[in-house]
Design a protein around this ligand. Structure first.
Ligand code: SF4
Length: 377
């Protein structure tokens, strides 16, 4: 039977109020099909008012420039030590070749992230290496939007070179970085992070770096790695931290903010065994990801209107389903994806524009190409 409290929460959300942490938790804990259907419908209605019926997509190309990484996140099937089978580190010509291929295929965005490779230095410094990555692409393609380097990569550069986060972000921005991927957030809860990514930045540092980016005028995205060891309390706590981060950016009048929220369900197939065993499954549970996405729309939508599923993690059919659970964007073509594919994801590594458009049209919604910052193309 549908809980009366659920109706009350959903009614308040439809009236435009922000729901509280406790209310978000009630929604996340629902198992009754009728209640879940009502949550889905509310998320879908809010998506309509907060973001319209049009489903957007971006033509982008991923470049993961190295998988050599000094860290050992327990979910990561991508990382290698130098010299391991499958370890790679692209040289400048290879990076330029991939960027050229992306632009030739219509990409407005290059998304660039990589492992934390201690050898990636120029004159024994990390920042000049990263600046050269940016310049390699921007010199050739100044019009392309470079969506690059997670908060973890910013901290890595700052740590290696003994710099402030603001110095690193400003230098990357000056060189031509257009926005920062809000990855490495995983779950913003230090208890979860101790298991998932003990060497990564803690919650406070992630929030500090993203807020610094906003202050400096660099837009970011936001993400959540879901469906592993985290509890509903930790999930809603994560959403609450993102919401207040965005409220700070908006209320303080910072020149940039979070442009979108993406749920990234955990794919365990090729992940290191301990976490895979603990989670006990290889592929994400679609229904869990859909409910979380719907609650995220209800919880965050007043502040972050753009919500995106991950077709890499859920497959195109799952991502399409998410469009009626609160999502208004289907993401990018990517053209090449290593991180999740090496984890055993079924979604594939490249999506043709026509395939994305057909998926959107098949649910009776209009589609529109956008750029990284959600302007029409
Ligand atoms: S998730 Fe990133 S930081 Fe963690 S091990 Fe993998 S590549 Fe390294």
């Amino acid at each position: 039977m549908k809980h009366k409290t659920v109706d009350g929460i959903l009614d308040r959300a439809l009236m435009g109020y922000d729901i509280s942490l406790a209310e978000g938790l009630v929604l996340l804990k629902q198992t009754d099909p009728e209640a879940i259907a009502a949550i889905r419908m509310t998320a879908d209605k809010l998506r309509h008012t907060q973001a319209s019926d049009t489903v957007t997509y971006v033509i982008n190309r991923n470049i993961n420039f190295t998988n050599i990484c000094e860290q050992h996140c327990s979910f990561c099937a991508f990382r290698r030590d130098d010299g391991d089978v499958g370890a790679y580190w692209l040289d400048w010509a290879q990076i330029l070749e991939k960027a050229t291929d992306g632009v030739r295929r219509g990409a407005t965005e290059i998304c660039m992230q990589g492992g934390l490779n201690p050898q990636a230095k120029i004159n024994d410094k990390s920042l000049p290496y990263y600046l050269k990555l940016v310049e390699t692409i921007k010199q050739e393609f100044p019009q392309v939007h470079l969506h690059a380097f997670s908060p973890q990569e910013v901290q890595f550069i700052a740590r290696v070179d003994g710099l402030e986060y603001a110095d690193v972000i400003a230098a990357l921005q000056d060189a031509g970085v257009g926005s920062m991927p809000g990855t490495a957030a995983e779950v913003l809860d230090d208890e979860v992070r101790r298991v998932l990514c003990p060497e990564k930045i803690d919650t406070a540092t992630w929030l500090e770096i993203v807020s610094t980016a906003h202050k400096l005028g660099l837009h970011t995205t936001s993400t959540m790695l879901s469906g592993h060891i985290e509890t509903p309390e930790q999930q809603i706590g994560h959403l609450e931290k993102l919401r207040s981060l965005q409220q700070t950016a908006i209320n303080q009048g910072y020149p940039a903010k979070i442009t979108e929220f993406i749920v990234l369900p955990f794919v365990g197939q090729e992940a290191p065994k301990p976490l895979r065993r603990r989670v006990g499954r290889d592929q994400p549970i679609l229904n869990d990801a859909l409910l979380l996405g719907a609650v995220a729309r209800i919880f965050l939508g007043n502040w972050i209107p753009n919500h995106q599923p991950s077709w890499v993690k859920l497959g195109l059919a799952g991502a399409k389903e998410a469009l009626v659970w609160g999502c208004n964007d289907i993401g990018g073509t990517l053209m090449e994806e290593h991180i999740t594919t090496m984890a055993g994801a079924v979604g594939g590594t490249c999506m043709e524009v026509e395939t994305l458009q057909m998926a959107i049209a098949s649910i009776g919604r209009p589609y529109q190409q956008r750029d990284t910052l959600y302007q029409k193309v």
